[in-house]
Design a protein around this ligand. Sequence first.
Ligand code: FAD
Length: 399
Amino acid sequence: MTLENIVVVGGGLAGTHVAGALRARGHGGALTLVGAETRAPYDRPPLTKAVLAGKEEDCSFPTDWEALGVDLRLGERAEALELHDDRPGGVLRTTAGELAFDGLVLATGAEPVRLPGEGRQHLVRTMDDVHALRPLLRAGTHLALVGAGWIGAEVATVAAAKGCRVTVLEADRAPLAAAVGAEIGAWTAPWYAAAGVTLRCGTAVASVDPGGLRLADGRFLAADVVVVGVGARPAVGWLRDSGLEIARGVVVDESLRTARPEVVALGDCAAWWSRRYGRHMVVEHWDTALKASEPAAAALLGEDVCHDPVPYFWSDQFGRTVQYAGDHRSADRAVLRGSPDDPEWTVLWLEDEHLRAILTVDRPRDLVQARRALTAGCVVDLPAATDPGTALRDALRTP
Ligand SMILES: Cc1cc2nc3c(=O)[nH]c(=O)nc-3n(C[C@H](O)[C@H](O)[C@H](O)COP(=O)(O)OP(=O)(O)OC[C@H]3O[C@@H](n4cnc5c(N)ncnc54)[C@H](O)[C@@H]3O)c2cc1C
């Protein structure tokens, strides 16, 4: 069936690229994009890097919306979804009224988690968030940052470089513990000290109060500015009465379709079935959202596709580039190439002798070579792999 009227909800990376992919694949009917933010769609990774540092102002996508024939409705938020019982399609209720559709793309991304309390807390998800925070990062300002995850580490990097007094509070035993485990995350802790940042692990925050933070043990930490970077949740609350299955994200199959084939979901808001890992995945990473755009458009237009990327993520922390690829959940051990005391090192996660994931610190070649191997499913020659002088590709072979 040819779709006549497709609506995309969410004007981020996924929504923007899926709109382009729909046109490139021949969708000639109406195409509407509804986005809650008022500014033209833009890229988020620069926000906590060049934009917060004041080195970049505009990271909007170079999309010519008019040429693409997209009815771009900015500053309009989807509030509810009603799917027809007797035929494909439905009606989207937004802050500006109702929109009928016969094809729907859900690409609403994620929302940062807030802490309780009446004090001002800065979150870092949007360009507006960064515009509010940036002028406050002045030399001597005491910045309390809650969460030593990817976002916290990047904000600490920029704030320390601007001369702020930065205290990072992390409930877990180490930075990045949730992402890579506390033992490996702990190897990044010295980076904070070297940048003049105070890192307090094992310190839970109960609330953000006027003038600072109330810690879980009752003590108070005074701060001029509080930034909270404790994770994000898929922005799917507005879909609760839609009848679609929601499990953290919108549940979709390997072709990114919901149980209704005329509704697809992708990017940070989707829980997609991975054939590779045998489970639903919610991956809040740039590369996964981008890679899903083509298959989501193809699936909506009726093609048979399979979205099954190996997750990949990068982060710039304290002058280092940290990259991660794969999924180490099933791994039974982690081995090091180099030493965390070296300027560059790599961690490989293995399940038996199979490579499952990699973390690199300023070793981009290892990352590139491992990424190929992760896609192909390689086994690792341990003595060669743990020697940082041997090219990683020479330690990997297809079984
Ligand atoms: C500060 C920051 C830095 C990052 N850095 C990195 C990095 O270095 N490396 C990396 O791999 N990844 C990084 N990421 C993650 C990456 O940017 C995301 O994975 C990516 O943006 C996901 O794209 P998306 O389109 O799914 O969601 P988003 O980019 O979040 O876009 C979703 C859009 O939908 C809108 N929306 C939400 N609800 C509604 C609604 N009800 N109605 C209408 N519109 C709605 C939102 O306002 C938003 O504009 C970073 C993210 C952030 C926030």
